[in-house]
Design a protein around this ligand. Structure first.
Ligand SMILES: Nc1ncnc2c1ncn2[C@@H]1O[C@H](COP(=O)(O)OP(=O)(O)OP(=O)(O)O)[C@@H](O)[C@H]1O
Ligand SMILES: [Mg+2]
Length: 445
């Protein structure tokens, strides 16, 4: 029996089993390369996705409207703020940018197109965009978009609602105005309070001498009636005995004795009123009196002498005054200042068993510094805050008006200087006047 087998060509593996192993090894290698590339690709893909998500969330979290367009100014992408502000539900992507721009917008679609062609940016330009609630002004910035080959691929716009800026500005403006108003009210309240204090002080101060004048005037009226009675009797030709009786009855001799005292009382009261008015006038006067250059030490000596010679008690006084301390201004007013300070010190030393007064004046740089110090009772911090207030006084009625230091303060400041007080209860007080020195001095006329 013959077999009729068709003979098939042999495969290379059959012919050469070593070649078969080579092919298998190559396939293995290719396969593992493919797996490696796949893993790498997946890693890159997930990194890309992460970056994409980050950009998208940054994009969407911005409150500015971001719109990216292609070269035909068709919207290819926009952030959530743009979508929600400019459209009610209809997606903006795919729409022409032109449909968003209001007809009266300062920046038109043609301008944007020109900027794109010329590769130019926009910076803080006004644009009016259509929104579901009507046209609204925005401030817009733009930049040219490029692809990975650096070719122009479109334009991105960043728009900020001007209304929001304006609202913020308006709120700031309102807050500023209400602060200003509060400040004005405070100043007004403070002025009214000081005016109230001033009026109360003036009333209190004037009350005393006026009641003095009034009381003496009433006495004089009573005296007048008695004298009239006596004179009428005299003119009626009454006998000397009758006249003597009337004179006794009307107390005419005592009246004549007291007449002078009453008149002096009235004069004194009137003078006190005049002084208070003069003090007030000086206090309220803005006018700077005639200026001259003079020696501060000289007027300090004079002021101390005047006060001490009338104070009626022995006070151990040290004067330490540098020569040639030239200052400029009104010597009379500054002398008054020093007299006020010394008078205050003398008043304060009234009950001090071993009273000491120390007046020093020296130069420090361009400043003349004058100090009036005493070892009196001093005062508390609470009083220190008020001593320069007009009409602040701790002295009994009729002894002090409380205008002394207020006038001193104003006068020294008008002369370009400062007046400061240092004091501690039980440790005395020191008032310091600082005035600018005038280097070249001519004496006061
Ligand atoms: N050297 C001092 N020692 C202690 N207290 C002082 C001294 N100088 C001023 N004071 C306090 O400051 C207050 C105000 O002084 P200021 O000179 O303004 O008014 P005053 O002396 O009371 O009255 P005047 O208007 O007659 O001067 C005084 O009443 C006193 O309480
Ligand atoms: Mg005084």
């Amino acid at each position: 029996m013959t077999s009729d087998r068709t003979s098939e060509p042999n495969s290379p593996a059959e012919e050469d089993p070593a070649a078969w192993f080579t092919i298998m090894a190559k396939m293995d290698e290719t396969w593992s390369q493919l797996v490696g590339q796949q893993v790498e690709l997946e890693q890159k893909n997930s990194a890309l996705e992460e970056a994409h998500e980050l950009i998208a969330s940054v994009f969407d979290s911005m409150s500015d409207l971001l719109i990216a367009c292609d070269t035909t100014l068709r919207i290819v992408r926009c952030n959530r703020a743009a979508q929600e502000t400019l459209s009610e539900g209809v997606p903006l992507v795919g729409q022409p940018l032109a449909i968003l721009i209001a007809p009266d917008s300062p920046i038109s679609i043609e301008t944007l197109s020109r900027r794109l062609t010329d590769r130019q940016r926009l910076e803080d330009q006004g644009i009016t965009l259509k929104t579901p609630s009507g046209a609204q002004p925005f401030s817009v910035n733009s930049a040219i978009l490029r692809d990975s080959h650096h070719r122009v691929s479109g334009m991105v716009l960043a728009a900020r609602p001007l209304g929001e800026l304006r609202r913020a500005y308006d709120e700031l403006d309102r807050a500023h105005k209400s602060l200003q108003q509060a400040q004005t009210q405070l100043i007004h309240a403070e002025k009214m309070a000081s005016l109230g204090r001033l009026v109360a002080g003036v009333a209190h101060e004037l009350n005393n001498p006026i009641s003095f004048v009034y009381g003496n005037a009433l006495t004089l009226r009573r005296f007048t009636r008695r004298i009239e009675t006596y004179l009428s009797a005299l003119h009626a030709g009454q006998t000397p005995e009758q006249l003597a009786a009337i004179r006794r009855e009307q107390n005419i001799d005592a009246v004549l004795d007291e007449l002078d005292g009453s008149l002096a009382g009235i004069t004194e009261g009137a003078e006190r009123v005049r002084d208070i008015v003069a003090d007030l006038r000086r206090f309220s006067s803005e006018r700077r009196a005639h200026d001259a250059i003079f020696d501060l030490g000289q007027i300090a000596r004079k002021a101390v002498n005047w006060v001490l010679s009338t104070c009626g008690r022995e006070i151990a006084t040290t004067l330490d005054i540098a020569p040639e301390l030239k200052v400029e201004g009104h010597s009379g007013q500054l002398q008054q200042v020093i007299m006020n300070l010394v008078q205050n010190a003398v008043d304060a030393l009234d009950t001090t068993p071993d009273p000491h007064l120390r007046i020093t004046a020296h130069r420090q740089g361009q400043q003349a510094i004058l100090e009036v110090a005493d070892n009196g009772p001093g005062f508390t911090e609470d009083i220190a805050h008020r001593i320069f207030d007009p009409f602040f006084t701790t002295k009994p009625v009729g002894k002090g008006t409380g205008l002394g230091l207020a006038i001193c303060y104003r006068t020294v400041h008008e002369h370009g200087g400062t007046l400061q007080a240092w004091s501690r209860p039980g440790q005395g007080t020191c008032l310091t006047v600082t005035l600018p020195v005038r280097a070249r001095g001519e004496d006061a006329p």
